[in-house]
Design a protein around this ligand. Structure first.
Ligand code: UD1
Length: 421
């Protein structure tokens, strides 16, 4: 078993380079199943979720070449199965994208229900609603989803989502790509990775418009062909390093970012007292580590991301005064880390959807456990702010979404190492 051990208290100084976006990569790689020909995908993060997906694709018959510097070349021309390895599928959340991609290209899919971070009930009813609207017969068992063409065949249609869902929006985009006719998704999510997926597919020959707004239109095409595409930088990884600097203090250039994607996080950290300067593709953050209290409510993009909830909560625990943090996407998300932060001296009262955080100015090192990816990242920030030693268990959650975190933090002056026991 491996753990992170952090000796807290150092300021963060230097430059950190942000990797390709996890949530874009885990959609774009399965989307390569729609393509007959070679897709060269650049800026792919080397994280465990990506490695699992590549294993799944390879097992289905894709030719997968991993080159240095985040380049993956995929050729899904000769796929031999529409039944991805269930053990691999259950290891991650984004494996649900295999359903939409396989349905569109092969008109059938038999995919195990996804696993991944379990911080809340995470239904896929809106994905299924989309597949049904496109003409699929859906047979759901306790473990599997089996998709086949319904009596009228598969074709484009109008789908109005009941909830704004990132996953359902991307899955329906993929499913519609190769079907005849036009699909219109209403009440679509607008996250940057949705635009990235649409840009990738359009580069390969798809006809998708409106990605990034709440109405996405897909005109089906007969075939997608290969091409080259570079994934956008990871908004949440960048936000995590910014929150770390804000809380611990320091002066860091966060490079390879799209500052526009960071606006909501940037303005919150500024409100808390950090100084932030935007450049074309980088952001400098300067903080004395003395933050002010604030109010945050998570929202779908362009609102404050739920995937930054835990990290901003750590900033609140060391800020002066009482902050309020309201979760409106995944209500039970606080339980993944607030008890752990309490063991480090944080004062957090959870009242339904809202955490009331009484800032204490500091935290104390402790032995804690990551319960999911972002909760784990928040514990790392807590550890580098805290006085003394923090040991974090269950680091496989963190490695699911952060490329070379130890190396990046070490280069910023953090005293962090992996201990194998
Ligand atoms: C994605 C991200 C995750 C992020 C979340 C919200 C990936 C792999 N994961 O997850 O990191 O926290 O977006 O930004 O990209 N819902 C339904 N029915 C559905 C689908 C969703 O009720 O069929 C609800 C969910 O319970 C949640 C809300 O809709 O309350 C948003 O979920 P969604 O955007 O779909 O999240 P994911 O795509 O699973």
């Amino acid at each position: 078993m491996a753990r992170y051990e952090i000796n807290g208290g150092n300021r963060l100084e230097g430059t950190v380079t942000i990797s390709g976006a996890k949530n874009a990569a885990v959609a774009i790689l399965p989307a390569a199943l729609l393509v007959e020909g070679k897709c060269r995908v650049e800026n792919v993060p080397d994280i465990s979720d990506v490695r699992i997906l590549l294993d799944i694709l390879s097992d289905l018959g894709a030719q997968v070449e991993v080159e240095p510097d985040g380049v993956v070349v995929l050729d899904c021309t000769n796929i031999r199965s529409t039944h991805p390895n269930p053990e691999l599928v259950r290891q991650m959340r984004a494996s649900y994208y295999l359903m939409g991609a396989l349905l569109s290209r092969f008109h059938k899919a038999n995919v195990a229900l996804p696993g991944g971070c379990n911080f809340a009930s995470r239904p896929i009813d809106q994905h299924i609603k989309g597949f049904v609207a496109l003409g699929a017969d859906v047979e759901e068992t306790e473990d599997y989803v089996n998709l086949t063409p319904g009596p009228y065949g598969l074709q484009g249609n109008r789908v109005s989502l009941d909830v704004v869902s990132v996953g359902a929006t991307m899955n329906i985009i993929m499913a519609a790509c190769l079907l005849p006719g036009q699909t219109v998704i209403e009440n679509a999510a607008k996250e940057p990775h949705i635009v990235d997926l649409a840009n990738f597919l359009n580069t390969m020959g798809a006809h998708i418009s409106g990605a990034g707004t709440d109405t996405v239109k897909i005109r089906g095409v007969e075939k997608l062909v290969g091409g080259t595409y570079a994934i956008i930088p990871d908004q949440i990884e960048a936000g995590t390093y910014m929150a770390a600097v804000a809380a611990a203090g320091g002066n860091v250039l966060v490079q390879n970012v799209i500052p526009k994607h960071m606006d909501c996080i940037t303005s919150k950290l500024q409100e808390m007292g950090a100084r932030i300067i935007n450049y074309d593709d980088s952001i400098r953050i300067i903080s004395e580590g003395k933050l002010k209290h604030t109010t945050v409510k998570t929202r779908p993009y362009p609102g404050f991301p739920t995937d930054m909830q835990a990290q901003i909560c750590v900033c609140m625990t060391v800020a002066q005064g009482i902050s309020r943090l309201t979760e409106s996407v995944y209500e039970t998300r606080f339980f993944g880390y607030c008890t752990e932060l309490a063991s480090m001296g944080a004062d957090i009262l959870i009242n339904g959807k809202t955490a009331i955080v009484s800032g204490r100015g500091d935290l104390t090192g402790a032995d804690v456990r990551a319960h999911d990816l972002r909760a784990g990242a928040a514990l790392v920030i807590a550890g580098l702010v805290a006085k003394g030693i923090t040991r974090i268990d269950n680091i496989h959650f963190i490695e699911r979404g952060y490329e070379r975190m130890i190396e990046k933090l070490t280069s910023l002056g953090v005293d962090i190492k992996v201990i194998e026991e």
